[in-house]
Design a protein around this ligand. Structure first.
Ligand SMILES: Cc1ncc(COP(=O)(O)O)c(C=O)c1O
Length: 457
């Protein structure tokens, strides 16, 4: 039989990953075990519904793996899937100190949609971070379905790059909001969750109803799991959504952690914050999704097991150590950084301001040498989403490969050299005359990259 082209492309992708360095802060390299669970026969199984925990007195992993319990599923043949999904749920709850975990969302976007659906009515107001200041598309961008259903009101960041808590407070007291959301995909500070919880209390008093406090920690969930970042659920937040594939280093997907009463999803509960875990289960299935991807849930379970190990704590600390070292080295090379640096895994470099080059052009030039990152708009960016003045980069993936502070200085040096080449190319943005210089850097990047194996390849 002829070989499918897909497998040729898979080999080419392995080479690209091996020979380059992944600086996109929302990407990572999963372990062979996570890959094996994802590429498994759990994909063959339909499992609409949920496993039940009823009758489970002993939550030890051995007991969860051994004990066959009842479920709320629509098909037979679930005894293995149930126990596996239960393990994923129990591990996620332990990792984030949550009362409940729903591990079925297909992605971060689905997780957010489900929370909105669980709590909001069409037309309800949501307070979330301005997309141009680091918020995410799913937090109210007009191109999304949720923005056509709910009324999103945006708070921004300060000149120093922190959340503008005063603005958040003013807006929460001016607008009758039902949900306050802290979450972002380009923000470098540690959020003050306590202050946000206080703002919620003030707004609840003013409006006379409960307000859902939600955190979308898609970017920093791995740092939270590793104890290197505050956990919003420990500061009075009701819900935390996250992707599982970024700093958390699992398969592509989403999960929803929540605090409150856990009970059967079959009976519709009253809409209260205490009932949010049940409302969320119903909002994921059948509210917004069909059959769960059990092979991905198996891979989530494996990744959560890895994140519960002491080594993951060291990994989370190293991500931040590397990001701080990379930010410092870039600053020394003349890169202006949004917020002046970073407190997490992520850096936003203002390349238009520093070198007069667009983020998109710089992204393409770095791609040519095997350094992958993405162009990103900055607060007040005149270039918009397609010609932004910044680039976003981060350290989760390269830290997984074992790169350390010494290599961060080397990466900053390559980035400076590529910026200088872009400056020479000028407005033409034509790199043809600089191919030899770029090839030299590319060879240096590859020589370093291959010394640090990609897990799972
Ligand atoms: C903060 C935040 N929320 C949600 C998402 C959406 O995740 P997904 O791409 O898995 O739908 C992202 C992804 O970039 C994100 O950064």
């Amino acid at each position: 039989m002829e070989k499918d082209f897909v497998f040729d492309l898979l080999e080419q992708e392995k080479t690209r990953q091996r020979e380059g360095l992944e600086l996109i802060p929302s990407e990572n390299y999963v372990s062979s075990e996570v890959l094996a669970a994802m590429g498994s026969v759990f994909t063959n199984k339909y499992s609409e519904g949920y496993p039940s925990f009823e009758g489970l007195a002993d939550w030890s992993e051995a007991k969860i793996a051994e004990q066959v319990l009842s479920n709320y599923r629509y098909y037979g043949g679930q005894k293995n899937v149930d126990r596996m999904e239960r393990l994923a749920i129990a591990r996620a709850m332990k990792l984030f100190k949550a009362d409940h975990a729903n591990v079925q969302p297909h992605s971060g976007a689905n997780a957010n949609e489900a929370v909105y659906f669980a709590w909001l009515k069409p037309g309800d107001k949501v307070l979330a971070m301005n997309l141009g200041h680091g918020g995410h598309l799913t937090h109210g961008s007009p191109v999304t379905r949720s923005a056509s259903i709910y009324d999103f009101i945006a708070y921004g960041t300060t000149a120093e790059g922190d959340i503008d808590y005063d603005e958040m407070e003013q807006l929460a007291l001016k607008e009758d909001v039902q949900l306050i959301l802290v979450g972002y995909s380009a923000f470098m500070k540690l959020p003050d969750f306590k202050r946000v919880a206080e703002i919620r209390t003030m707004a609840e008093k003013k409006w006379g109803h409960e307000i859902l406090l939600m955190a979308d920690m898609a970017h920093v969930a791995g740092l939270i799991a590793g104890g290197a970042h505050p956990n919003p659920l420990e500061y009075g937040f009701n819900v935390m959504t996250t992707t599982t594939h970024k700093t958390l280093r699992g398969p592509r997907g989403g999960i929803i952690l929540s605090m409150g009463r856990v009970a059967s999803p079959l009976k519709k509960p009253e809409k209260t914050l205490q009932n949010i875990p049940i409302l969320i289960d119903r909002a994921v299935f059948p509210g917004t999704q069909g059959g769960p991807l059990e092979h991905v849930i198996a891979a989530k379970a494996v990744a959560f097991g890895e994140a519960l190990k002491p080594e993951f704590k060291t990994y989370a600390e190293k991500i931040i150590e590397n990001a701080k070292a990379l930010a410092a080295a870039l600053s020394e090379h003349g890169f202006a950084l949004q917020g002046g640096g970073t407190e997490n895994h992520l850096i936003l470099a203002k390349v238009q301001e520093s070198f007069g080059i667009s983020g998109k052009f710089y992204e393409a030039a770095l791609d040519a040498v095997g350094l992958t990152l993405n162009a990103n708009s900055l607060p007040g960016d005149k270039g918009g989403a397609f010609r932004p003045g910044g680039v976003r980069l981060g350290t989760p993936a390269i830290t997984t490969r074992g790169l350390g502070v010494k290599e961060m200085a080397q990466i900053a040096d390559w980035m400076k050299r590529v910026a200088e080449i872009c400056v020479k190319a000028g407005d033409s943005e034509d790199l043809t005359a600089h191919e030899v210089e770029l090839d030299t850097i590319r060879a240096e990047v590859t020589a370093l990259a291959v010394r640090f194996p990609v897990p799972g390849i």
